[in-house]
Ligand binder design. Structure first.
Ligand code: ATP
Ligand code: MG
Length: 331
């Protein structure tokens, strides 16, 4: 595979859910993910941001095939994930892992930490002898900053931050190459957030881990991401290198999201834009550009034509008619 081929590729991803609004009513369709394309380079932290309900978690689950796509393809290191049969998929899962927001819900309350980590290693037949496994477990706990004596404890005997370290250790046990971290630090207080982020950044540096980092917290994203992708109502609005996105957002929705960051040097240079109203119902999305109902710069054209995600400069993509006009005019 060439250097420039992304390690993870999402190609035309769609996910539709049928929702029943009431007895006797016909099921309606929610387009949770509506034609999303992006690539993640090996070793990068690719952040996915956007308001609640924009489709971030669904994208994460589709990438790991924890949910089946309605249409589209997922390629990881050149392997078409959706073409894998049950056994091949099980084997491939070692390379791709997920860390969830709520470590309590994702950790088995009846298993001690060492049992959980043993199980993760056993499922994939890694570190065969008991001694090797114990060594690996000690190493994992050290990696996430937990003392070895914690290994005989149960999940409820830990603080929230410690539990999140355990779920990271469990995800890392199988030496994955790609991790989806879905709001992995959102439930933690600020000092625990910072510590967990440090653990994740060390992993990126030491092991070249590739990560999809899902968060609605732009301040956290600014600290950790190489590339940022902004979603709204199931669609990708903007993708850019993190530095460029924070310095000069192109999509009005990105600008509005950044306005909410309570960091003086980011907010000061920009006009504050407060997002008006709530996101429209995904059951009845606006025509044309889905953001237009909350966009101060929307025109009639925006109600009629869906803006395509278009490259405006190397590595920068935006789905907004304002920028497409600029590009055409400058040609
Ligand atoms: N299993 C499901 N059945 C029906 N609708 C679903 C299901 N999962 C998600 N949805 C809907 O799909 C849309 C996207 O949900 P998703 O969980 O991906 O959003 P999100 O960006 O992760 O939000 P949050 O920031 O709140 O976690 C929402 O409208 C949600 O209600
Ligand atoms: Mg979510």
């Amino acid at each position: 595979m060439s250097e420039s081929t992304p390690f993870v590729q999402a190609l035309g991803l769609h996910k539709t859910y049928a929702v029943h609004s009431g007895l006797g009513e016909k099921a309606k369709k929610i387009r949770a993910v509506d034609g999303v394309n992006f690539g993640i380079r090996r070793g990068e932290v690719f952040a996915l941001v956007g308001e609640s309900g924009s489709g971030k978690s669904t994208v994460g689950k589709l990438l790991l095939r924890l949910e089946e796509v309605s249409s589209g393809r997922v390629l990881i290191d050149g392997t078409d994930l959706l073409s894998l049969g049950k056994n091949d998929l099980r084997a491939f899962r070692r390379r791709i892992q997920m860390i969830f927001q709520d470590p309590f819900a994702s950790l088995n309350p009846h298993m001690r930490v060492n049992e959980m980590l043993h199980e993760a290693l056993a499922i994939h037949g890694l570190f065969k002898s008991g001694n090797q496994r114990n060594e690996r477990i000690a190493e994992l706990l050290q990696l996430v900053g937990l003392a070895p004596e914690f290994s005989s404890r149960y999940p409820h005997e830990f603080s929230g931050g410690q539990r999140q370290r355990i779920s990271i250790a469990r995800a890392l046990a199988v030496e994955p190459e790609f991790i989806v971290a879905d709001e992995a630090v959102s439930a933690l207080d600020v000092s625990n957030q910072a510590q967990i982020i440090n653990v994740l950044m060390d992993l990126k540096t030491d092991f070249g881990l590739t990560m999809l980092f899902i968060s609605h917290n732009m301040a956290v994203v600014q600290n950790i991401a190489d590339t940022v992708a902004v979603m709204y109502l199931g669609k990708m609005m903007e993708i850019a290198p993190a530095k460029d996105l924070f310095r000069s957002p192109k999509h009005p929705y990105t600008t509005a999201l950044l306005s909410a960051i309570p960091v003086p040097e980011v907010a000061r240079e920009r006009k504050r834009i407060i997002l008006q109203g709530d996101m429209p119902s995904p059951l009845d999305p606006p025509s044309g550009c889905v953001f237009r109902t909350r966009c101060s710069q929307a025109s009639e054209h925006c109600a009629q034509v869906v803006p395509a995600l278009t490259q405006t400069s190397p590595g920068r993509w935006v789905a907004c008619h304002l920028h497409q006009t600029t590009l055409t005019e400058s040609l």
